[in-house]
Each structure stands twice: as structure tokens, then as C-alpha cells.
Design a protein around this ligand. Structure first.
Ligand code: HH2
Length: 290
């Protein structure tokens, strides 16, 4: 099942970081074979999109040279294509050369955390390739973004930013229906800012494009629960369920299986028109209550 079932109206975007230093899975998938296997595993758990990244954007992260980023991500994208993945492949980059090579290798979505500000010519590439894109809000840049972020009203400022970036993308020839918007949870935001963005996500949904939420395992969840990075799945699910209920539809996560389960039940509950999957023919070990 790919990210739900037809009509459920959400997509799970599984994260594969081919980096030594990502905050959650850094170093685990530097070997291309391990990254490809992880992508296929996320897909089997319910990810409809696989987001492949070769540069960490965690607070304080240093930039990676283009050759190194290409060396990390290209074998993984090619390997996933050769393995016949049914998931959409997304490249998490802000660099034109990396986006271009990734699209040529089989990616069809560019996830740019700078929302086309890092390298504005990436917009023309996305338009010409008829690829999808995700535009994300970030205050400042990764090296400094968590140094005292301030907003008058975080939701309205993020909304105005995304609206402006959406107009820019469309003016560069990217079809509006190919664009997703992301408030950038954790990118130049305090705990309170992150919580407010989830609580008021419907204000971003009103821009008319699918809203992506990338809260997975992030440090604000650790600060609230006291849990380490590998023990933040329940906390992640709380944000995902609340954001879905308020209209977000794409969820960038490290734990596709549990998140997809939570979304299936949430979608079926809040949207009675959501088609339920056919009854299973597999006998369960113990009969369960319905
Ligand atoms: N978060 C991260 C990276 N890319 N892209 C989008 N659209 N939204 C996000 O919230 C987002 C993103 C950071 O998470 P991760 O990739 O797990 O860590 P790192 O940047 O350390 O590699």
C-alpha cells in the first residue's frame, strides 16, 4: 500500500539521509546499498515519496560541496529506479547541479529548503523538467537559524513568505498544481513557533496547495517529552495527526510505518467518505475485537 489507500488523501514522504551528520539517521545510510534498502523498506511501510538528501540542514550544519553531494545521492536514486520503486523520488537539495543530475537519474520532485532562494535558476530547471517541487520556509540559514528566532506572528509571516514564493515559482513557469508548501518546522523557530504552526496549519492550507509537515523526530519534540531522537515516534505522530486534521496532506517522516497507520485511522475517522481498504483474507493469530 503506497502511503495510504486511494482516496485517503495523504502522502507519507520517507526520509533517506545519505549523510554522515543528519540529526536522526546520520551515518546510517552513507553506503548506497544501505540507503537503497532503507528507501525500499520505507516504501513497503507506506511511503509514497522517498526524499533523498545528501546535505544535512540541521542547526549549525556546514555546507557540502556539490561533487560530494552528487556522489552521495546519485547512486541511491539510480539504485531505487533500478530496483523498480513505485514511490516518487524526491531530491532534497538547493543546488542546481544536484537537482539537475537527480532529475536526469529519475527523481521527479525537488524539495528545496530554501524555496528557490539558494539558487533561483533551479526554478527554470523544475519548470522545464515538469517536475514537482516543495517550497519550504526557513528564517536565515542552517548555520545560524536557531539563534533567537523572532516573529510578530509566526503563522502569518510564514504564510506571506510561502505565498510570495508560490507566486515566484509560478512566474518562473512551474505549474501551480506541481507545488507543495512547507512551513519548515524547526528551521528558525522556537518550540512555541513550531507548535503554533501545527496548531494553525489550516491558515497555510488556505493558500490552496498541499501543505507538507516535517516535524519528524525534531528537537522540539525531544524538549517537550525528554526523549532521545530514536524515541520520538509517538510525539511525531501527535503532530502528524493534528496537522492532518487541520488540512496538511504530506508528511515527511523517518518512521513511515507507524505514521502511515496513524494517518489511515485518522483519515477514516475525520473523513467518513474515505474508502476503507477491502477486508483482509489473512487470518489473524487471535481474533480481535472490531
Ligand atoms: N526537514 C529537514 C530536511 N529537509 N524538507 C522539508 N520539505 N521539510 C522539512 O521539515 C525538512 C526538509 C531536516 O530533517 P532531516 O533531513 O531528518 O535532518 P538533516 O537536515 O539533519 O539531514
Amino acid at each position: 500500500m503506497s502511503g495510504g489507500w486511494p482516496g485517503a488523501g495523504f502522502r507519507v514522504m520517507g526520509v533517506v539521509n545519505v549523510t554522515p551528520d543528519s540529526f536522526s539517521d546520520g551515518g546510517r545510510y552513507l553506503d548506497p546499498a544501505a540507503a537503497i534498502a532503507r528507501g525500499l523498506e520505507l516504501e513497503s511501510e507506506g511511503a509514497a515519496i522517498l526524499d533523498i538528501g545528501g546535505e544535512s540542514t540541521r542547526p549549525g550544519a556546514l555546507p557540502v560541496p556539490v561533487e560530494e553531494e552528487l556522489r552521495r545521492v546519485l547512486p541511491v536514486i539510480s539504485g531505487l529506479v533500478s530496483a523498480g520503486t513505485g514511490a516518487q523520488i524526491s531530491i532534497d537539495t538547493s543546488k542546481l547541479a544536484v537537482a539537475s543530475a537527480a532529475l536526469a537519474a529519475g527523481a521527479t520532485l525537488v524539495n528545496d529548503v530554501t524555496a528557490l532562494r539558494g539558487d533561483p535558476s533551479i526554478a527554470g530547471l523544475i519548470a522545464a523538467s515538469e517536475a514537482d517541487c516543495c517550497l519550504m520556509h526557513m528564517l536565515g540559514e542552517p548555520r545560524t537559524m536557531q539563534q533567537g528566532p523572532r516573529y510578530r506572528d509566526v503563522v502569518s509571516e510564514v504564510k506571506a513568505f510561502l505565498e510570495e514564493r508560490l507566486s515566484f515559482a509560478v512566474s518562473e513557469g512551474i505549474a501551480e498544481e506541481r507545488i507543495m508548501l512547507d512551513p519548515g518546522i524547526g528551521f528558525g523557530k522556537t518550540i512555541r513557533h513550531n507548535l503554533e504552526l501545527v496548531a494553525r496549519v489550516e491558515e497555510l492550507v488556505s493558500l490552496g496547495r498541499p501543505v507538507v509537515i516535517g516535524s519528524s523526530r525534531k528537537s522540539f519534540l525531544g524538549r517537550i517529552t525528554g526523549r532521545g531522537v530514536d524515541d520520538r515516534v509517538p510525539a511525531t505522530i501527535a503532530t502528524v495527526v493534528l496537522a492532518y486534521e487541520r488540512g496538511a496532506r504530506v508528511f515527511r517522516v523517518h518512521d513511515a510505518g507507524p505514521v502511515a497507520d496513524a494517518l489511515r485511522v485518522t483519515a477514516a475517522t475525520v473523513n467518513p467518505a474515505c474508502p476503507l481498504p477491502p477486508p483482509t483474507t489473512k487470518p489473524t493469530r487471535r481474533s480481535s475485537r472490531t
